[in-house]
Design a protein around this ligand. Sequence first.
Ligand code: R5P
Length: 286
Amino acid sequence: MIVLPGTTNSHLAADLARRLDARIEAPETKRFPDGEAYVRVSEAVKGEHAVIVQSTYPNDRFIELLLLQDACRRTGARRITTVIPYLAYARQDTLFKTGEAVSMEALARCITLDTDEVVTVDPHKEHILRFFGGKATSVSAVPDIADYLQEHAKPDLLLAPDKGALDRVERAARHLGVEFDYLEKTRISGTDVEMKPKALDVKGRRVAILDDMISTGGTMATAIRQLKVQGATYIAAACTHGLFVGGAEERLRSAGCDAVLATDTLEGPAAVIPAAPAVARLVASL
Ligand code: R5P
């Protein structure tokens, strides 16, 4: 087995190779002056099980992934496993309005062409895996996030930012043996929304809010401000995929967040929880 890191997840790929006791062969990657991507993989891939590790964010990394898959196939890899730590476009997973693209389906169609299987971490919704025609499996970093929270934040209450995210939070809470709830939004006026736990009181409690991703941090920041007013003594914002666009971490801290945590499916200062243990368990079982 040879692990091939693309440009998005060198840390996770190295961790994965170590855990799988596999060789790591970094492909040659560069950009042409017009921005086009170039990749070249080592001849060592011939006859091997190649494990490509590349997220599809930002957009040009998706192109790089397709090139890596093509290069592995042409070089004669015996088997190609595509590990996509952060699978972008998963939120556009259905036709919300006529005339739209179902973006996840369009990307999945391309990704499945040159691979034997796809492994991804905590996709936005599990049903998107069907777009990969039976080739995709997901793993969850939720138990690892829960363990990290227990060691570093010691929450006594886990909250989902909305009812749709409750399943993930329930799994983490049951893993830790703490209470859980979801935040219910009530519109107070044209501009104001109240967010509070559906059933529980946060007064005097150490709270962790867990979401699959933090993008602008807008959802979390609104929740954090209100939970502070409601008396939470400590608030951690945790997610699998920390995109943190446009100063999101700062936005969360200004809202009163005590800790911002993410896995390393996307690299960055908050990416303190390794996703490789979960990925390695699955890849080793393939
Ligand atoms: C939404 O469905 C996702 O699960 C996240 O809650 C959302 O993408 C977070 O976005 P933002 O950080 O921009 O509020």
